[in-house]
Each structure stands twice: as C-alpha cells, then as structure tokens.
Design a protein around this ligand. Structure first.
Ligand code: E4P
Length: 218
C-alpha cells in the first residue's frame, strides 16, 4: 500500500519524506487555506520535495475553466496530479487530461457508481472519502470494498486512494480491503508507529543495556 500525506504543510511533508515512507501528497482548497500559502508557490515546493504524485485541485466547476486551471497546475512540475471533482464536467476533464498523458485524481467520491464512472474516464486515482461517510453513520469502508470488487471485476487500472482518513484503524482496514493508496493526515501517519508495548519493551531494554556497561557505537 502506498502512503500519501494529506496536507499542504511543507514542514510536515519534509519531516515525513525524510523517513522514506512517503509515496506522494494530496492537497485540497481547504488544506491550501490552512497553509496560508499561495497555491502555485506551495505546490511547487511540495513537488520539488517529494518524488511521487502531488495532487493539486482545480477550483472551477465548469469544463472550460477546469481545463484552463489544469493547464496552469500541470506546468508546476512533472509529478503534478490534477485533482478533479466527481461531476460530469470533472469527468469530461478527466478523460481529456488522461488522454493527453496527465495524472488525474477524481475527488469527492461517495458511491461505487461514481467510482465506476471515474475509472471509465481513465482516472489515475479515485478518492473515496471514508471519514465523511462515517460522519453520516454510513460505513465508509464498505465503499472501499465495493470499489475494489468492481475494479477487479473489470480490470480497471485506476488506483483506489482511500481519503478522508481520520484514524489509524481506517488505515488498517483500508489496507485489509485492498485500497492501493491511503492519504493520511500527518498526525495519523505519525501515530501508526505507536504501540505502548513497544515503548515499554524499549524502556526495559534500554535500562538493562545500561547495566551491561557495554557500548556498540564506540
Ligand atoms: C483527499 O484527497 C482529501 O484532501 C481529504 O482526505 C479530505 O479529508 P477530510 O474529510 O478530513 O477533510
């Protein structure tokens, strides 16, 4: 499973990228707002930092303006992935952009039929939003499973990018169901490594090692 980080905070991105665990980045207009940065400037910095795909989202909703915005965003760097809304205009743009060789991420997916349309439009990634469905008492993880089945039934190459992840259990369940990618907020990504028994065991080993009086590193 690939790990993307879901943020436009360049500090968090640098810190996580240094671990070697990061495969890409996703942003959206709300995350750009939170960063307080200019979209073109911050996205260029992120693209230079990370080797994998960096999703930058269009703000327009009509096909012509989406394509104009996509033309600007696609010039930022070679690893840009154009993030498009799951609407007829967004899907039309997805078809055009993927046909021209651009990477695309169709976002705000809340149903299996929407995901089917995105795959037919040639999307590189489909982003089903788990947390926002859970917020409405609808099991977001079931949607990931449905999309996995449909994509496998027809051999679609669109990658399932589990989005709107809120908990470490979301990451585990998405991996078990077979999502190709999870885009994870920085705090949740850092929490994946945590286990109280790891901390307790390490504390014991460190104390016992000190008692041996030995030194490996010299
Ligand atoms: C995905 O690409 C979105 O940027 C993100 O995962 C949305 O998450 P939220 O529902 O927590 O805002």
């Amino acid at each position: 499973m690939k790990f993307f980080v879901d943020t436009a905070d360049i500090g968090d991105i640098r810190e996580l990228n240094a671990t070697g665990l990061l495969d890409g980045v996703t942003t959206n207009p709300s995350l750009i707002l939170k960063s307080g940065r200019n979209i073109l400037e911050v996205t260029k910095e992120i693209c230079a930092e990370v080797d994998g795909p960096v999703s930058a989202e269009v703000a327009a909703s009509d096909y012509e303006t989406i394509m104009k915005e996509a033309a600007v965003l696609s010039k930022i760097a070679d690893n840009i992935c154009i993030k498009l809304p799951l609407t007829m205009d967004g899907l039309k743009a997805c078809k055009a952009l993927t046909s021209d060789g651009y990477k695309t991420n169709v976002t705000l997916c809340f149903s299996a039929n929407q995901a089917l349309l995105a795959a037919k439009a040639g999307a590189t990634f489909i982003s089903p939003f788990i947390g926002r469905l859970d917020d409405m008492a609808i099991n977001g993880m079931e949607l990931i499973g449905e999309i996995r089945t449909i994509y496998d039934n027809y051999g679609f190459s669109t990658e399932i990018l589990a989005a709107s992840i809120r908990t470490v259990n979301h990451v585990k369940e998405a991996a078990l169901i077979g999502a190709d990618v999870a885009t994870i907020p920085p705090s949740t990504l850092k929490a994946l490594v945590k286990h109280p028994l790891t901390d307790k065991g390490l504390e014991q080993f460190t104390a016992d090692w000190a008692k041996t009086g030995q030194n490996i590193a010299g």
